[in-house]
Design a binder for this molecule. Structure first.
Ligand code: SF4
Length: 185
């Protein structure tokens, strides 16, 4: 069986890749993440995926263009539902690529993260699978959370401190300042 695996970043790919290969599945990677900002952050995450791919001998199709404009055109004025739009953008492109290369199924490393909306990703992928008539390979990769962290640290991969978009980058500081204010108050 062959799977096209959407890869959101190197650290999130370590465990799912290990798991899928352990099942005897042939995996090809797909890096398409217009949600990662700013540009230097995008490059850092792309390089981390290249490092992982070289180490694991994984073939990956890369979208190397910085997708800030494409992403913003989808979410501006819809910020409160931006994560659903963001999942849709990335999974839709993955499905189209999976069909193009005639993969048996598709999946995503987004299913590894404890910080993502797992059920929303699952539902969106199922919906796209039905629409495009290609199977979605579901597995709850969160079971390997700590293992994935250990693996990515061993490999020396860059580990990011926020989800990806400029909104999530801002929210990380909002949280930090709220905590500091709380302490002072
Ligand atoms: S917080 Fe993460 S999942 Fe949500 S829109 Fe931003 S990058 Fe996408």
């Amino acid at each position: 069986m062959s799977i096209l695996l959407h890869i959101c970043c190197g650290p999130c790919a370590a465990y799912p890749l290990d798991f899928l290969q352990g099942q005897g599945i042939r995996v090809r990677g797909f890096f398409y993440n217009p949600n990662i900002h700013p540009y230097r952050e995008f490059k850092k995450r792309l390089v981390a995926v290249e490092q992982l791919a070289a180490r694991e001998n994984l073939a990956v199709e890369y979208h190397r263009e910085y997708g800030l404009r494409d992403y913003l055109r989808q979410v501006v004025f819809n910020e409160s539902s931006r994560c659903g739009l963001c999942y849709d953008m990335r999974l839709r492109e993955t499905v189209e690529q999976a069909k193009k290369i005639r993969a048996d199924a598709f999946s995503t490393t987004l299913l590894y993260s404890r910080y993502q909306n797992h059920e929303q990703i699952r539902a969106k992928a199922k919906q796209l699978a039905e629409q495009h008539k290609i199977p979605f390979y579901y597995h709850d990769f969160r079971e390997g959370w700590q293992q994935g962290i250990d693996m990515s640290k061993d490999m020396g991969l860059y580990r990011q401190s926020y989800c990806g978009c400029i909104y999530s980058e801002q929210e990380r500081y909002d949280t930090h300042f709220r905590k500091r204010k709380g302490k002072k108050g």
